[in-house]
Design a protein around this ligand. Sequence first.
Ligand SMILES: CC(C)(COP(=O)(O)OP(=O)(O)OC[C@H]1O[C@@H](n2cnc3c(N)ncnc32)[C@H](O)[C@@H]1OP(=O)(O)O)[C@@H](O)C(=O)NCCC(=O)NCCS
Length: 176
Amino acid sequence: MEITVCRSGDVALLDRYMGSPGATSFHARRFARQEAGECTYLVAWLDGRPVGHAEMRWTGCAAPEVTLDCPEIGGLAVWPEELRSRGIGTELIRAAEELARQRGLTTVGIGVGRDNPRAVALYARLGYRPVTDYLDRYAYQDHDGTTRECVEACTFLLRELLPGHLDVRHCSNSSR
Ligand SMILES: CC(C)(COP(=O)(O)OP(=O)(O)OC[C@H]1O[C@@H](n2cnc3c(N)ncnc32)[C@H](O)[C@@H]1OP(=O)(O)O)[C@@H](O)C(=O)NCCC(=O)NCCS
């Protein structure tokens, strides 16, 4: 398994193997944000296929309730389901944290749905502590052109980064 920063040619592969709901490509949106310097979009690969992703949002959490000045890990997922619980999600989080360390940052946040106890348990194991509840609002376009507005009850979690040096090979542009 390898983790790399998303390149333009990866978006089509992400759409193919890790599709978004409706007609909106979440991957294209995240790549556009990366191009604008707002995030780093990390992709996990296995045998040349994308199997996971995480968006390190340097701009932090957009919800007004979250007033902390720290980057936020978002868009975390591993697919297909049979590849979960093998450590891929953990490696994506650790890679995102390492990017923050490289920028001299000392805290990282992550938002989690209050109906997602397994993800909450994972983040707690990785050292994230709850700070505040908020509503995550986002929209996407359905296949019939209808815009779907979503509101999710979430908790924002925070982790203090310890000094440490991971092998950041996974954040290079090495070939797969
Ligand atoms: C959450 C997620 C990214 C974790 O990735 P992962 O590769 O399974 O993570 P790891 O193998 O490093 O850690 C596994 C732990 O993740 C947690 N987890 C959360 N949701 C899970 C799911 N649907 N299936 C399996 N594990 C899940 C569990 O605590 C699990 O621990 P366990 O193996 O002891 O049950 C992944 O399970 C996933 O894509 N879930 C659906 C999307 C999602 O909920 N994203 C998080 C939004 S905040």
